[in-house]
Design a protein around this ligand. Sequence first.
Ligand code: COA
Length: 322
Amino acid sequence: MRAKIIGTGSCLPDRCVTNEYLSTIMDTSDEWIKSRTGIRERHLVSSETETTLTLAVKAAKAALADSGVLPEELGLILVATVSSDFITPSTACMVQKELGASHAAAFDINAACSGFLFALNTVDAYFQAGIYQTALIIGVETLSKIIDWKDRSTCVLFGDGAGAVVVKAAEEGLIASLQGSDGSGGDILICKNRTNNNPYISTGTDPDFLYMDGQEVFKFAVKKEPECINALLKQAGFDASDVTYYLLHQANFRIIASIARKLKLPLEKFPSNVSHCGNTSAASIPILLDEVHREGKLSEGDLLLLSGFGAGLTWGAALLRW
Ligand code: COA
């Protein structure tokens, strides 16, 4: 049995922050951000009632409603995030409590922007092993809390949000998937946690902000993502043109356009929401999937290829039948 997505949901914070607004609080411009990334605006949490947990729960409830699955029917809840509200308990356990999904096992996955794909692959492996039959996967981030708002080269890129899918074990769903990591390249996109602090050693306790070498990440993305997509298509025995839609990690529209060019495909096959969401890391692919689904663009039997890359370094792709 394979993982079949039977419901989607998403949630963006209420506050929409435009490039124009950012240009009033830092040395940047709408023109610079739009021309380098395609981003026009992003949503940021702006009240105590908006947290990683509350965004995740809203997206999850929407996905459950869309699927018709009840919380008690869930066997597994996986949350992909690098910006949980607590180190422990996991966001997944907190979501479980809020939903009353009392029969589910729940844990978080940290694979940065590839996290949703790693979670989908994990669920699929559990289904293939016959361990679970129904799962909820959430990608959620409030990256705005770990971003350095004095670093204009990173803070304009990211947004907050959550996307969720309900997945059932079925004869047909996920067809093939790939995932990979290269820890040796990890220093181009990092965010340190607390450092040593005990009676024997104290090196400071303040967590750090996100640091990114944008040009190196760009080079990594435009090389690794098409390689991964081509390897997956070859493994599954499909041509690039067989795929109905490519739902890629929404980091930068120039990266998406570069991948479309390398695959020799029209941009119409690459739906994008980066212009109004920015980069929402682990949430970006499920938010995009939910938007495309709710806009009525998907038909039963469509072939979807989901792919992304991120800190770690990590990358992944999944080919599935809608
Ligand atoms: N507004 C205005 N100017 C800015 C700016 C901003 N927000 N951020 C940086 N600049 C300036 C720089 O200071 C630099 O000025 P200088 O030439 O006087 O030194 C200039 O713009 C060019 O900066 P550079 O870093 O070379 O820009 P770039 O063309 O490489 O674009 C990124 C920067 C971040 C948009 C691009 O590298 C990128 O998209 N990288 C991938 C990031 C990514 O996908 N991350 C997600 C990983 S999951």
